[in-house]
Design a protein around this ligand. Structure first.
Ligand code: 13P
Ligand code: SF4
Length: 345
């Protein structure tokens, strides 16, 4: 890792003015973002974006951002973006010294597990997840006692300790493939009840499902979707499989965040609504200005803890370092690597 001089580190703190130099350097970024960020806000974001991009270079750092990050992060400072699966894969491939994970804690833990020798930072240590909080390693041990010999498939939205007690991980993008890869008649699937129900509807494998929920997706209702259809009869409704079953029944397409983005790119609907976290639509609308995005807004309070000032501080102070306890790291890594192996087969 490069050693930084004090003046280089403090330049980000001291020089955060919207100078003509900053305006010029960030103009191409704003050109892309003008449809989703009001011009009046740009002088606030631009100096931070310029400072972060400069510090990234000095630190030999890379920023990975989940699709739910705000557009100024997603399009302004991220080097690699994607859904949980893409972020896990990209974390394996990077040769940067420092990884800053703009997402939630389990994502940063995943990046650390597949890069034990690298510095992995999360700009806010409190960025959690209601699914990850819904289950403990002890719960998994009790499930194993109750269903001896039944393999455990664990959604990546969990702690490393839970992953370590599992046989294999999955994401919403590969859950069906992972479940079917085990060749077992029964599988314990955790912790997302709604994703589990959705996968169970696609396979002959019998799923024993934990009842955790995403606090963002569980708030959508089938009535919301009916109102969109009444208001806009030609609308395409895309939903994340963490939504309740009656919401998924009303959707035209069900997929992970990247699955939804791919669908929009391939189908180019005139009008679309993405039943998922707010920032998704903003980020995709930047790529497809000709498509009308109806934007329901359920914010993930954990994802929204990540902000440009916190990313800058994270790079300046190399905080907050994500570490995984040695007792669980090997087991958790094995579950993740088995998942990545399924993707390669
Ligand atoms: P994906 O991006 O993997 O679809 O996951 C959605 C999510 O809720 C991550 O927190
Ligand atoms: Fe967790 Fe839901 Fe937030 Fe994703 S959107 S981090 S699943 S609470």
């Amino acid at each position: 890792m490069s050693t930084l001089q004090g003046s280089e580190l403090s330049s980000g703190r001291a020089g955060l003015a919207y100078t003509s130099e900053v305006a010029r350097a960030t103009a191409p970024i704003y050109e892309r973002l003008h449809g989703v960020i009001p011009q009046i806000e740009w002088p606030v974001h631009a100096p931070l974006i310029a400072a972060i991009n400069e510090l990234k270079r000095l630190r030999s750092a890379i920023i990975l951002a989940h699709n739910y990050q705000t557009p100024e992060i997603f399009h302004g400072v991220a080097d690699l973006t994607g859904d949980s699966l893409a972020l896990a894969r990209q974390a394996v491939d990077t040769d940067a010294d420092v990884i800053v994970l703009c997402g939630v804690h389990f994502m940063a833990e995943t990046a650390k597990l597949v890069n034990p020798e690298k510095t992995v930072l999360i700009p806010d240590f409190e960025a959690g997840c209601s699914l990850a909080a819904s289950i403990t390693a002890e719960d998994v041990r009790l499930l194993r006692q109750r269903y001896p010999g039944v393999p455990v498939v664990t959604y990546v939205n969990t702690s490393a300790a839970v992953k370590a007690e599992s046989d294999i991980c999955c994401t919403s993008a590969n859950a069906l493939k992972v479940v079917e890869s085990l060749g077992s008649e029964r599988v314990i699937f955790l912790p997302d009840e709604f994703l589990g129900n959705y996968i169970a509807s696609q396979t002959k494998v019998k799923l024993i499902i934990w009842k955790g929920h995403c606090e963002v997706h569980e708030r959508f209702t089938a009535e919301d979707l009916c109102v969109y259809r009444q208001q806009y009869p030609d609308i395409q409704i895309l939903a994340h499989p963490e939504c309740p079953p009656d919401v998924l029944v009303e959707a035209d397409f069900i997929g992970s965040t990247s699955g939804m983005i791919r669908h929009v790119g391939e189908e180019r609907p005139q009008r679309v609504v993405m039943i998922t976290e707010c920032s998704m639509s903003d980020n995709v609308a930047v790529e497809y200005p000709e498509i009308e995005f109806i934007r329901p807004c359920n914010l993930c309070p954990h994802m929204k803890r990540i902000t440009l000032p916190k990313i800058l501080r994270s790079l300046q102070d190399l905080e907050y370092r994500v570490e995984v306890e040695p007792e669980v790291a090997d087991g958790a890594r094995r579950s993740l690597e088995r998942m990545l192996e399924v993707g390669r087969s």
